[in-house]
Design a protein around this ligand. Structure first.
Ligand SMILES: [Zn+2]
Length: 314
């Protein structure tokens, strides 16, 4: 049995993916039912304002975008403070994510509401803020879709700074979900397997992915998804990196898989195309120099990091 902890890099691959730069000190052991109230009474508190899958950004002179709102300046955007979540503490003080109540189309010129995916893809805010956005977006999305007790149907109440919901009728406590998704690059030394979904941007090919199911190990899910989507059986599977993915609240778990057969049988319900790519071709796709304009996913995506790590592994 191999044991690789002491050979592992000091900065693990997960630290380089999008949304991984969150520096908030969660202080989860100190969360209490009055945590948000206390934060909202603290003048140093900073807020992330969200609405309908979009983050509010202040447009400063010179064009820079700033996601952080003070308590006083946030009032104009009618935040639902009673449903705010305490993300934790930054060097400036408490950080709260809250839903704004103003139609994004009615915002003043100096404030933009931009969808999370664009904020992340276009690098509109720094990595620490993008990480905080992912944390807040996932929590607010979970609360929005879990307002009632799943055991008895009674409306539940937010507790523990937004890290729990409590049912006042049956007493059940509900905790925020994180849904694990396996994303895997099947590869030999010479070639790797990439596919494209019908909804992908033109020319983009990526690693295959799928939800991990109850009762499954990560490795079993990697093997099952690769067999189901591409007809490729896998031998060895190794973990590489993970990525918080707030669409709405997943954790992407990136792995490499060793193929045992070559003949692809793509599941055309899942994939528009799936094929082998040689190392040189993938290098051109990463560099955006492919003659057929094929591309890999953008730099923040964990698929990009899987593909890059494989290309660089010669
Ligand atoms: Zn209940």
């Amino acid at each position: 049995m191999s044991f690789s902890l002491f050979d592992a890099p000091l900065r693990e691959p997960s630290q380089f993916v999008g949304f991984a730069g969150n520096t908030i000190d969660r202080q989860s052991e100190n969360r209490a039912d009055d945590s948000v109230d206390k934060a909202l009474a603290d003048p140093t508190t900073r807020l992330l304002l969200m609405n309908g899958g979009r983050l509010h950004l202040k447009l400063h002179e010179g064009g820079s975008l700033d996601p952080w709102f003070g308590l006083a300046e946030s009032q104009a955007f009618k935040p639902a403070f009673d449903q705010g979540v305490l993300l934790g503490f930054s060097e400036h003080g408490p950080v709260v994510a809250v839903l704004a109540g103003v139609d994004p189309e009615q915002l003043p010129e100096t404030v933009k509401a931009i969808d999370y995916r664009s904020v992340y893809m276009q690098g509109l805010i720094d990595e620490a803020a993008a990480g905080a956005m992912a944390q807040g977006a996932a929590l607010l999305a979970w609360h929005a879709s879990h307002r009632f007790c799943s055991k008895c149907g009674t409306q539940s109440e937010m507790r523990a700074g937004g890290y729990k919901r409590h049912c006042p009728n049956c007493g059940t406590e509900h905790f925020p979900r994180t849904d694990p998704v396996a994303i895997m690059l099947t590869a030999t030394r010479e070639k790797c397997l990439l596919g494209r979904g019908a909804h992908f941007a033109p020319g983009m090919y990526s690693a295959l992915a799928g939800f991990i199911e109850p009762g499954e190990t990560i490795e079993a899910a990697v093997r099952r998804e690769t067999l189901e989507e591409a007809g490729i059986r896998l031998g060895r599977v190794v973990y590489h990196a993970s990525q918080p993915w707030p669409f709405p609240y997943s954790l992407m778990i990136g792995c490499f898989g060793e193929p045992l057969n070559e003949d692809i049988q793509a599941d055309l319900n899942e994939l528009e195309d799936c094929r082998w790519f040689g190392r040189d071709e993938v290098r051109l796709m990463l560099a955006r120099e492919h003659p057929g304009n094929l591309v890999t996913p953008p730099k923040g995506a964990i698929a990009h990091h899987l593909i890059r790590a494989w290309v660089d592994s010669e």
